[in-house]
Design a protein around this ligand. Structure first.
Ligand SMILES: CC(C)(COP(=O)(O)OP(=O)(O)OC[C@H]1O[C@@H](n2cnc3c(N)ncnc32)[C@H](O)[C@@H]1OP(=O)(O)O)[C@@H](O)C(=O)NCCC(=O)NCCS
Length: 379
């Protein structure tokens, strides 16, 4: 092939694969996992049911759910050398730590280099259990606490909060975390999932594919946006008058800076995940007796909608939701990964089940071919 068709920037609207996992309609604001509407899942599902749905394409019955809960509980304790490595890392960005530690987990995984379907599934479950433990333990150690052993009796959301806070979470906190994890679990060919699928398609190992996903999620145009939102809210200050909020947002417009937590490549209407996170931000704020972060967020939303016709995405209200739950800002993007590992692994399993190397073309725009070779002493 001597010429290739010019793509839109950022592969916009390019259909790069077929998938049975996630249905997205950006004009109607529809998101569904294996046909199940995200609103139904947010209202009813636990994260474990969501994982099963993504990995198997259908909801589990009681026995199947029980089996998965047991497998996740078995996966949660971290290998001792991983805890030692965690202690050796310098205080750093949570996503940097997660990237390094997830890669290191591959050294201790009994199925590390087995790409068969049963081994890949075991790794999907194991990584989902372990990444939650990594993030909770990292978060705890950053606050000066010691690692807490997982409690096999607790569900995934409850155990994550228990290992992070070092106390039993209350039902409201558990439900909020379950909903947040369910909402973030998958999103079709978002940048990190695409990266994971591209890696998997080379027939590399599952850990390498998930590390590709983590590194991609970290960026502020993707999962890193939730932490940026909270930094912006704190910069404004919770006691700031409305004029200060307006001035900061309008200043960003004037400098043509992007406002984290707004806009989306696919949605031209409200991101259905934002609907739930907005409600959670408000309800948790009311329960905590401080709705200020929610109110500031609402004002920013009104300004951005009015001026730029942009809607909040999943990252905007997750910021104030997590902050109200007392979670450190550095953990917001790692928590995205705690959830999204379910979607990444589902896509890797799907890719491996019907694999072909992903190798697109580039539209060449360099110097004309052929260039004349000039010897070094004549250049
Ligand atoms: C999500 C995002 C990367 C999608 O990017 P994209 O599809 O490539 O869209 P573009 O960056 O080309 O933006 C299209 C237009 O909307 C504007 N825009 C998009 N998001 C914006 C934002 N958050 N704030 C202000 N303007 C924004 C762009 O400046 C651009 O305007 P222009 O055409 O006048 O230059 C983008 O909306 C963004 O950077 N948002 C902030 C980061 C974020 O929240 N990411 C999490 C996504 S879930």
């Amino acid at each position: 092939m001597s010429t290739v068709e010019k793509p839109k920037g950022g592969l916009e609207d390019v259909v790069a694969t077929s998938s049975r996992i996630c249905f997205l309609d950006g004009d109607r604001g529809v998101l569904a996992y294996c046909g199940h509407d995200i609103h139904d899942l947010a209202r009813n599902a636990t994260f474990e049911e969501t994982c099963y749905l993504l990995w198997h394409g259908r909801l589990p019955n009681r026995a199947e759910l029980g089996d998965l809960q047991t497998q996740l509980a078995v996966a949660r304790p971290l290998p001792e050398p991983i805890l030692r490595l965690m202690k050796m890392l310098p205080p750093s960005d949570g996503m940097d730590a997660l990237r390094t530690l997830t890669s290191a987990l591959g050294h201790y995984d009994p199925d590390a280099h087995d790409n068969s379907a049963p081994a890949s599934y075991r790794k999907a479950v194991r990584l989902t259990g372990q990444i939650a433990s990594l993030v909770a333990t990292w978060g705890r150690m950053q606050e000066g606490g010691g690692p807490i052993a997982p409690d096999p009796v607790l569900g995934h959301a409850a155990n994550f909060l228990y290992m992070l806070f070092g106390r039993r979470p209350n039902p409201t906190e558990i439900r909020a975390m379950d909903i947040a994890l369910t909402l973030h679990a998958d999103h079709e060919l978002n940048a990190s999932t695409f990266a994971a699928r591209v890696a998997a398609a080379t027939l590399t190992d599952m850990h390498s594919a998930i590390v590709a996903g983590i590194g991609t999620l970290k960026g502020p145009l993707h999962g890193g946006a939730n932490a940026e939102v909270m930094k912006m809210l704190i910069e404004i200050g919770q006691d700031a008058p409305a004029e200060r909020i307006d001035a900061l947002v309008k200043g960003k417009f004037a400098r043509k800076e992007k406002i984290s937590g707004f806009g989306h490549r696919v949605y031209n209407t409200e991101d259905p995940r934002a609907t739930h996170l907005r409600r959670m931000s408000k309800e948790l704020g009311q329960k905590a007796g401080n709705t200020r972060w929610f109110e500031m967020s609402e004002r920013i939303e009104a300004l951005v909608k009015g001026e730029k016709k942009l809607f909040p995405n999943v990252d905007f209200y997750s910021a104030s939701t997590y902050y109200t739950m007392g979670i450190a800002i550095d953990l917001y993007t790692p928590i995205f990964a705690v959830s999204r590992v379910s979607g990444w692994t589902a896509h890797v399993l799907e890719q491996l089940a019907n694999n072909r190397l992903i190798r697109p073309r580039a539209d060449y725009t360099g110097p004309a071919y052929p260039q004349t070779w000039i010897p070094l002493d004549q250049r």
